[in-house]
Design a protein around this ligand. Structure first.
Ligand SMILES: [Zn+2]
Length: 388
């Protein structure tokens, strides 16, 4: 790479140096003035970075020793047993036959629920819900949340986030990581979005609350034929295929805690993906969560009827403390870990490796939303994490 122009010659030398040094950015032939400027710039950058590093961080839950005894008390008073027994799963031990028809419990589902209309073509924040489609929502609450698309699924469906508040402490709730198989967690998330849209004053001022209703929209679509909000009557008889994403990967076996390519769900073998974070949905969630350094990430699942603390593999104490806050308020049994069968590549467990507290809330069955229980659990968690 040579030329008669001396400036371009320097440029050429630089590019050669860059190529020879691989990924190291090394301007071998840069003039001294440029180097001095670069060093000055680096100094300024370091000053800015060190200032950022000392900026206030979102408050993590208090880990006072007093927070643990209630946890133990909760577990001990669990009628199941004193030694953290595996919860009794309400699903059959063998794979659900395709002929099984789910009994849809409409008790907790508002009959007037209307699918939220959302923009699928933009990745910028848009007001939610839009006025022309807000018949199910009070118009006074339109400005209380913002809706954004945080990424896309394998088949290009948007993964949505509803944000409430603008406080420093970040709190994240995730429904539907198991797609249409756990469709009630998606409708629960939407009901909770409705609740805080109607009652924005219940969000403590120092919190920002994010609710991602459907983390596996392709799996949801497979079972409901809907990309956005749906009705229980949309749900197909066989929900099992909707557990996985469009690559047939179990998204809650795809994270980098004790990850295995071949994983287990009950006594069924499922794919954890070819490598940790191989799936776009996992990457979207990880990259959304990590920079926020949230005080908690709650995953809604069904249906083991309990709240489970994260850990990889040992129980993460801050996660257990928050599992007790949520579980006591929601009247779910609380467990240090899930022990019914080995789970590899779990999302919350990986977050615990990043010292991000996480809990999995397992609804009672595959149809009920357990709405009042979870409204209590969510509010107790928000109030716990709020400043004095
Ligand atoms: Zn699940």
């Amino acid at each position: 790479m040579t030329t008669d122009n001396p400036k371009l010659n320097k440029l050429g030398t630089f590019f050669v140096a860059e190529q020879q040094s691989g990924t190291v950015w090394r301007p071998a032939a840069a003039p001294v003035k440029v180097l001095r400027f670069a060093m000055l710039f680096q100094g300024v950058l370091l000053l800015i970075l060190s200032a950022c590093a000392t900026a206030p961080q979102p408050a993590l839950p208090t880990l006072a020793p007093t927070a643990v005894p209630p946890a133990i008390a909760t577990v001990a008073t669990n009628p199941s047993a004193s030694a953290l027994p595996p919860p009794t799963l309400t699903v059959p031990a063998t794979a659900v036959p395709p002929t099984e028809t789910p009994v849809i419990n409409l008790e907790n589902v508002a009959p007037t629920a209307v699918p939220t209309a959302i923009s699928m073509a933009t990745d910028t924040a848009v007001p939610s819900p839009s006025p022309e489609t807000s018949s199910a929502f009070p118009t006074t609450a339109v400005s209380s949340s913002s809706l954004s698309v945080i990424g896309n699924s394998v088949q290009g469906r948007p993964i949505l986030n509803y944000q409430f508040g603008n406080g420093l402490t970040q709190v994240i709730f995730v429904g539907g990581i198991h797609g249409g198989y756990e469709w009630n967690t998606i409708l629960l998330a939407y009901e909770i979005i409705d609740h805080y849209t109607t009652n924005p004053q219940l969000i403590p001022s120092d919190l920002t609350v994010h609710i991602i209703p459907s983390a596996n929209p392709d799996g949801q679509y497979l079972v409901t034929n809907q990309s956005e909000r749906f009705l229980p009557s949309d749900v197909a008889a066989d929900t099992v295929p909707g557990r996985f994403n469009a690559n047939n990967v179990d998204l809650n076996r795809n994270w980098d805690c004790q990850w295995q390519p071949t994983a287990v769900w009950r006594d069924v073998t499922v794919s954890g993906g070819p490598r940790p974070f191989s799936e776009p949905e996992s990457i979207v969630l990880r990259d959304f969560i990590l920079p926020k350094d949230p005080a908690i990430v709650v995953f809604w699942h069904s249906a083991a009827n309990g709240v489970f603390a994260a850990g990889c593999p040992d129980t993460h104490a801050p996660s257990l403390a928050l599992a007790n806050v949520y579980g006591q308020a929601a009247n779910y049994p609380v467990y240090e870990r899930f022990t019914s069968y080995e789970i590899t590549g779990d999302a919350g467990d990986w977050l615990a490796t990043q010292n991000i507290p996480s809990i999995s809330v397992e609804l009672q069955n595959h149809q009920s939303l357990d709405l009042s229980q979870n409204l209590n659990g969510v509010q107790a968690t928000l109030d716990y994490l709020a400043g004095p």
